[in-house]
Ligand binder design. Structure first.
Ligand SMILES: [Fe+2]
Length: 281
């Protein structure tokens, strides 16, 4: 039996005393699944897992997706995206550097976005390189009724952040024309209903949401700013300070996250799997 300890009032719980290198029986898995729905972000401490075990645990939650940056997928295990600031002897990044420097939900730019992501810390800096997570249920629920009425039924356009030129060539390579063509912009609701909890969550973010559709452009821009600023108020946010061998599993359907850069010269090297979700509604 393992412990579940809440990490903040916003989101997040740590799981202590569970070994993900071993297959989980159905009862244990059921408890983990429920804890994930309840806390939205789970931090599994002290995991010593191979890529195969990381993939096997992730697959319990659904199919896994690749990534548009296929050059950063782990050799022999294309289900794993390397998130890293380390460089090869030739000076190229070994993984996706500068991942998530704006608040976002993984793959919200995809037609079928992600259920959740599982990020495993293989090397962490002595300090810094934190990841912050927010609670998009709370963000929605605390909106004024007038705003809830105004955004009910609205849709927004989403596009991958790299296509929006947020990153310099030093931070991450530009997408090739083939990669860009594989991620055309898509439409999703501004407010989505979580398919498992039935609760409503805000879904727009400042990395991938281009505009809110169906209203005047200037008004849409103001509304998007209002929603994205509201959703990351401190009371909705948990700051995760990584420990070595943490595996963090967050729910992309009701959370956003943002990664802070590690200090100059310190390595931050992680493996991510990404579980395929549902079309938002
Ligand atoms: Fe991310």
């Amino acid at each position: 039996m393992f412990e579940i300890n809440a990490l903040s009032d916003a989101v997040g719980a740590e799981i202590v005393g569970l070994d993900l290198a071993q297959p989980l029986d159905d009862d244990t898995f059921g408890r983990v699944h429920q804890a994930h729905l309840d806390h939205q972000v789970l931090v599994f401490r002290d995991q010593e897992i191979t890529p195969e075990q990381h993939i096997a645990f992730s697959r319990r939650f659904g199919d896994l997706s690749g990534h548009v940056y296929e050059q950063f997928l782990l050799s022999g295990h294309p289900e794993i995206l390397k998130v890293s600031n380390k460089k090869t002897p030739e000076g190229d990044f070994v993984g996706l550097n500068s991942a998530g420097r704006r608040w976002h939900s993984d793959l919200s730019y995809a037609e079928i976005p992600s259920l959740g992501s599982l990020l495993y810390a293989l090397e962490i800096p002595p300090s810094g390189g934190d990841t912050l997570f927010n609670n998009m249920y709370s963000a929605y629920e605390t909106l004024p009724q007038m705003t809830k009425d105004r955004i009910a039924g609205l849709k927004a356009e989403f596009l991958i952040g790299s296509a929006r030129k947020y990153y310099t060539e030093n931070e991450r390579p530009a997408l090739t024309s083939e990669q860009l063509a594989s991620v055309p912009s898509v439409e999703h609701p501004v407010v989505r209903t979580h398919p498992e909890s039935g609760r409503k969550a805000l879904y727009v973010n400042s990395a991938h949401t281009v505009r809110i559709l169906g209203i005047d452009n200037a008004e849409a821009e103001d509304l998007l700013t209002e929603l994205t600023e509201h959703s990351v108020k401190p009371e909705f946010v948990y700051r995760h300070k990584w420990q070595l061998h943490d595996l963090v599993f967050w729910d992309n359907r009701c959370c956003m996250h943002i990664a802070e850069p590690p200090p100059e010269g310190a390595n931050r090297h992680m493996h991510r799997t990404t579980v395929v979700g549902d079309r938002p509604y």
